[in-house]
Design a protein around this ligand. Structure first.
Ligand code: C5P
Length: 215
């Protein structure tokens, strides 16, 4: 199969020396790209800035902002059989990036933020993608209900949900515990290394893609 994987945080500039970002390390998305390539698939990894090495045999398209990630996905999604959206995309960006470094003046500073496009949420309707679609959900409460809502709203075949409020797993950790949320059921994958969970999730994606192909 040909797959696109998004991973990492996005970085939204405020001025030439500052940006807004989040705690995503990119480890889960890179583990997915690696496991997919090892399983013999052709992988394009569209990634925000991380400290990770690009897995062997994976095509790499680095981006910084959500807008750049949106454009990269729009350009490449058409030739993909499946897509995995593991990036932690900033929901908002500064309304305007200042061209010069912002100087300290008043005692408070108010930033105006505007909504970023929902990349995964654009894939079905706006980009017309008909392949297998996998989203990720990082939640701090109501894990299953929030993930199931995302599955339906964004037209996913699977949402991989993790509780980022649990210590020692999720953001910036090598370990994770995930809930696989499918349209008709859910399944827990107990805590393990991200590199062990990823091949399990790959097998589910292969199964979903085979089902879609035979439907
Ligand atoms: O709605 P929420 O951000 O929690 O959804 C998470 C899922 O949507 C993840 O798969 C993430 O990669 C994707 N997403 C996206 N573009 C955004 C926000 C989230 O692709 N702007």
């Amino acid at each position: 199969m040909k797959l696109l994987v998004t991973a990492g945080p996005t970085r939204e500039p405020l001025d030439p020396v500052r940006y807004l970002t989040n705690r995503s390390s990119g480890k889960m998305g890179y583990a997915m790209a690696d496991a997919l390539a090892r399983a013999g698939h052709s992988v394009l990894l569209v990634s925000g800035p991380t400290r990770l090495e690009v897995p062997d045999g994976v095509d790499f398209l680095p981006v910084e902002t959500a807008a750049e990630m949106f454009d990269a996905v729009r350009r490449h999604i058409g030739r993909m059989d499946a897509a995995v959206f593991a990036a932690a995309v900033a929901d908002y960006r500064p309304a305007a990036a200042a061209s010069q470094k912002i100087k300290k003046t008043g005692e408070t500073l108010v930033l105006e933020l505007v909504r970023n496009p929902d990349i995964l949420g654009s894939v079905r309707d706006e980009f017309g993608f008909n392949g297998t679609l996998v989203g990720f959900a990082a939640e701090t409460e109501n894990l299953e209900a929030n993930a199931r809502d995302k599955l339906q709203r964004k037209g996913c075949d699977l949402v991989v949900a993790n509780d980022v409020s649990k210590p020692g797993i999720g953001f910036d950790s090598d370990r994770n515990e995930v809930l696989l949320v499918f349209p008709a059921h859910s399944e827990v994958l107990p805590e393990d290394e991200k590199h062990h969970l990823a091949p399990r999730i790959v097998r589910e994606i292969e199964r979903l893609a085979a089902e879609r192909a035979s439907a």
